[in-house]
Design a protein around this ligand. Sequence first.
Ligand SMILES: [Zn+2]
Length: 226
Amino acid sequence: MFIIFGTRGIKHTVSESPVLSNSCPNCNDGNLVNKLYRRWFTLFFIPVIPLDTVDRFYECDRCKSAYNESIKTVLQRSQEEISENQKRATSVYAKALVASMTHMSVVDGNFAPEEEREIMDAIEGFPEMKDELMAIHKNVKVNANKDNQVFDFLNSARSELSSEALINILAQAAVVLLADGAIEKEEETLMKEYLIACGLPKEMYQTLIDKLKQKDMTEIKKEQLN
Ligand SMILES: [Zn+2]
């Protein structure tokens, strides 16, 4: 009788290696699964004895693109870079926000409790930066824009953030401006200076205020409905 034997490469999933979720550089969506090719000794075409590992690689479960194992390090590094950038952007955002809200609330000479509450709410939104933000708040409350500190915060925001994020900061500062009911002339002037510091046209002032007033209106309407 014939004995038919040989070898064959079989692709296996490396189950102990974590799947890299949604990170396929080709389709952006697929999960990269760690695979290996192992050579098997076959008897009558049936793999019976595992031999050496021929190759280890990552394969996308969606588009089937295959990547060298070093893709893992590359992806991890860019993931670290992304989260590092996000952290820095959040920090710049929060500091500019608290500095401009506080500055806005002291510029008319009196510091209303409603204004303080709005600022505390904003600080609560960044629990991991609370101490740092409280320090900025206290400093600006006492020293206002001494040494141009508030505009320095806005300038760093300008170089790191999108204009959408900048408008968000100014809109929240404008909430403070409306919190005591009236917009003083100094507040309006300051808001326009903020716009310029953020590299936005000062004509956006009216757009900001209109937006805020509309928001107030919808909230009032909601309250009436309830
Ligand atoms: Zn893919």
